[in-house]
Write a protein that binds this ligand. Structure first.
Ligand SMILES: *Cc1c(COP(=O)(O)O)cnc(C)c1O
Length: 360
């Protein structure tokens, strides 16, 4: 069997070119006589891998000099705790709850201080992004928190919230590097790699330098202080070396595609193929309000759970895999990250048309 079209929300599809390169270098990385999995994280060879990865990421996102780039572990979930532990100086933070992941981050922050939910879209199953132009931001808020792209529900912030001067923290796990972003508008940007960047096990955090201090909540473990990792260029302890190496390859691949402006154009084109079909289909329909639609995660339903199951089974047999919606919402979800080729989406839509004709 050849490679399938993988619509998984994460871990997710990676560029085939990157996988082939990694395969070719598996036994002997560039004449070192070792796999990247086997070499010391203190070696010259690995030092170049991590430094190049950081530089390429800086180039792609145009990261200003007063921001640190950290390669961390523990998944996005550990950031749910590290953010309040490191940033809650006044022990107040405002959360915008637009889905399951934002809600988890909000609940975690409540363990550390007065975290408030200042806006939510839970009233309509998180199918839209609330108006965030004039929210009741607390005068003492240490930061305002968003999940910029809601992987499970398929929504994305099209404009950033008006934080009224407060620092903005964003979980960008599922939209990382899918389009350009103005890093200077954020205090912290972070994301797990396994959605749009690389393998599971790496989390990338981009943090404004003035926020990286020793003034953290009492009892914060050494490993959970941003300063520990910033002071040691992400090499305080053994980092997830192989994952960082693959992320670095993906960054180089993105540069070759023309960078993030080109990716945005490509992603818009891809998503439009699917959304345009959904908008005219009599069988399938998208579940998200039009102006909140994500370019990366596209949930849809037939309205009949049995038919959904039939579709998912038939699609899997035809080589379109991982289309089942998140267990909390059901239906279908096509995640069409950077590495999903446009042919994958075109062929999926052709398959959906055929299924629709046969099941009308
Ligand atoms: C997947 C996901 C998470 C959870 O990531 P883990 O690495 O499993 O902790 C958090 N936020 C968003 C937006 C995600 O897509």
């Amino acid at each position: 069997m050849g490679r399938v079209y993988n619509f998984s929300a994460g871990p997710a599809v990676l560029p085939e070119e990157v996988l082939k390169e990694a395969a070719a270098e598996m036994l002997d990385y560039q004449g070192s006589g070792q796999s990247v999995m086997e070499m010391s994280h203190r070696s010259k060879v690995f030092d170049k891998i991590i430094k190049d990865a950081e530089q390429d990421l800086r180039d792609l996102l145009n990261i200003p000099d007063n921001y640190k780039v950290l390669f961390l572990q523990g998944g996005a979930h550990l950031q749910f705790a590290m953010i309040p532990m490191n940033l809650m100086k006044n022990k107040v933070a405002d959360y915008i709850v637009t889905g399951q992941w934002a809600k988890r981050a909000f609940k975690e922050a409540q363990k550390f201080g007065d975290a408030k939910c200042i806006a939510s879209s839970e009233d309509k199953t998180f199918s839209y992004i609330p108006d965030c132009s004039d929210l009741p931001i607390d005068d003492n808020a240490d930061y305002v928190y968003i999940c910029e792209n809601n992987t499970i529900y398929g929504t994305k912030f099209k404009t950033l919230p008006n934080t009224k001067g407060k620092d903005l923290v964003a979980d960008v796990s599922s939209c990382f590097l899918s389009e350009p972003m103005d890093v200077s508008k954020y205090a912290v940007i972070y994301g797990g790699a396994q959605k749009n960047i690389g393998p599971a096990g790496v989390v990338i955090a981009i943090i404004r330098e003035d926020l990286i201090t020793e003034d953290v909540l009492p009892g914060t473990p050494t490993m959970l202080q941003y300063k520990t990792h910033a002071d040691n260029d992400s090499l305080y302890n053994t980092p997830p070396c192989y994952g960082i190496y693959i992320c670095g390859k993906v960054f180089k691949w993105l540069k070759k595609q023309g960078g993030l402006a080109a990716m945005k154009e490509y992603n818009e084109k891809k998503a439009a193929i699917l959304y345009d079909f959904l908008d005219q289909s009599k069988l399938f329909k998208g579940t998200v309000e039009k102006n909140s639609r994500s370019l990366m995660n596209v949930p849809f339903v037939t309205g009949d759970a049995d038919l959904d199951a039939k579709f998912i089974k038939a699609a899997t047999e035809a080589g379109f895999v991982n289309l089942k919606g998140h267990r909390s919402v059901g239906g279908m979800r096509a995640s069409i990250y950077n590495a999903m080729p446009i042919e994958g989406v075109e062929k999926l839509v052709a398959f959906m048309k055929k299924f629709e004709a046969e099941n009308a």
